[in-house]
Design a protein around this ligand. Structure first.
Ligand code: AMP
Length: 274
């Protein structure tokens, strides 16, 4: 496994890879959610690249960029054991110059839900994903449904900018209690981990009601919010179509239910693709 920290080192290693390349971009502190993406990349492609970069431009002022968990040794050991070919771990200076050209998230889908709470987040995210896709030139790139809005915006960028890569959406990996795995779960105390179960449980409640043919989003939202009483503060609970427009009635082929909530100062998200 090659660990490349600067662009030319990366490009030399990239030039030696086979015909099909799978790419998994991450911010590190790798967990089983990340490894499921890496395993899929391994299964579908001749070679696999993982990037680890805590991208400053997608964090807002006052967010947790400084505190974000960094576990280089652990991450490299995990990539090695999964058979990754190249780990790209660039410095900020390698990725960004001064007076950078920016990418704007779309005015509608980029500024609701996550984009409303974190204005500017998706512009920074699209900027780094564009840079990483251009550098890695993968056949396929793997993204988790855990970050549903991020995934949708990346699919939109790839389509609208005629980028030659297949985006592969990957299912959400949860722990045995149902909590969606996230690097930010490391911030939670034992009590908060129990409280955090309200997120997945609220989605579970909605899913059971939908199975019983309750398709009225107002009623479903009430039920979701009732379960979410277990958290410290709800940021949003919303039911949208795949364009991230709020809907009134569940369409079983085109609905995502999303929740975001705080446990203390930690903000977690979860979602359910109906
Ligand atoms: P991150 O390191 O949090 O930026 O995540 C890197 C990639 O892993 C993104 O595509 C995430 O959506 C995905 N991911 C993170 N957590 C999970 C999870 N629990 N299940 C599936 N994918 C995940």
């Amino acid at each position: 496994m090659i660990v490349a920290r600067d662009i030319s080192e990366f490009q030399r290693a990239r030039a030696l890879l086979g015909a099909s390349v799978g790419f998994v971009p991450t911010m590190g502190a790798l967990h089983a959610g990340h490894s499921s993406l890496i395993q899929q990349a391994k299964a579908h492609n001749e070679a696999t690249i993982v990037s680890i970069f805590v991208n400053p431009t997608q964090f807002l002022e006052g967010e947790d960029w400084d505190a974000y968990p960094r576990q280089e040794m652990h991450d490299l050991a995990m990539c090695q054991s999964l058979g990754v070919d190249i780990v790209f771990m660039p410095t900020i200076e390698a990725m960004y110059g001064s007076d950078e050209l920016a990418i704007m998230a779309p005015c509608k889908a980029g500024y609701v839900l996550e984009g409303a709470t974190r204005p500017g987040h998706f512009g920074g995210m699209l900027q780094i994903v564009m840079k990483l896709l251009n550098l890695t030139r993968p056949t396929r790139a793997y993204f988790g449904k855990k970050d549903a809005q991020q995934l949708a915006l990346i699919i939109k960028m790839v389509k609208e900018y005629f980028m030659n890569v297949k985006i592969v959406p990957c299912e959400i990996v949860r722990d045995e209690s149902g909590l969606a795995l996230s690097s930010r779960n490391a911030y939670l105390s034992t009590t908060q981990k129990v409280q955090a179960l309200a997120l997945s449980q609220s989605l579970h409640r909605a899913s059971s009601l939908i199975e019983q043919n309750q398709l009225d989003c107002a009623i479903l939202k009430e039920q979701i919010l009732e379960v979410l009483q277990g958290v410290d503060r709800v940021d949003y609970a919303e039911i949208v179509n795949r364009n991230f427009e709020v809907i009134q009635t569940i369409d079983k082929n085109n609905t995502i239910i999303l929740v975001a909530a705080y446990l203390g100062t930690t903000r977690l998200i979860d979602n359910l693709w109906v």
